[in-house]
Write a protein that binds this ligand. Sequence first.
Ligand code: COD
Length: 161
Amino acid sequence: MIAIYPGSFDPITLGHLDIIQRGSRLFTKVIVAVLRNPNKTPLFSIQKRLEQIRHSVEHLPNVEADAFDGLTVNYAHMRGAAVLLRGLRAISDFEIELQMAHINKTLSIDIETVFLATSNEYSFLSSSVVKEIARFGGSVDHLVPPHIALDIYQCYAQNHP
Ligand code: COD
């Protein structure tokens, strides 16, 4: 069974990677799908995010990364996926995720959303937190893979010479 793991991944964190790694043991294939979102100004381009994800999942043969536009359920149909994989960190996630799962169900009855609870050590972790720490000069070495930490430091060094 193929699962889509959709998100912004700006950038991908160890919390996301934990969900991907665990998902890769449950499904025959996991497609990490990055939304091309014209309403957001990301830190990293789609190409860069795909590169970061691909480098981070090199050791997982049944995981791939791709970009998509429009509705996630349409993309899932196009890729032959029956599951949307999502991560849950806290009650605040639950409200948003439940609403999204219900909306997606109204759009496509045959696609199920499967939630994995965050691992304890990543329950506080988000891409926004990573960016905020780095923006104020803190270390993100314990929150993202080393190659992504370098990208982030480089990005903020360029923005704040
Ligand atoms: N531990 C566990 N899970 C985590 C962690 C962590 N530390 N950090 C993030 N996650 C989970 C999130 O809960 C989420 O499930 C997933 O990882 C991705 O997170 P993000 O923040 O990168 O991505 P989102 O949540 O902003 O992505 C939203 C979508 C792009 C999936 C959504 O907006 C979407 O489907 N848009 C397309 C339009 C559409 O289909 N709309 C209808 C549905 S609303």
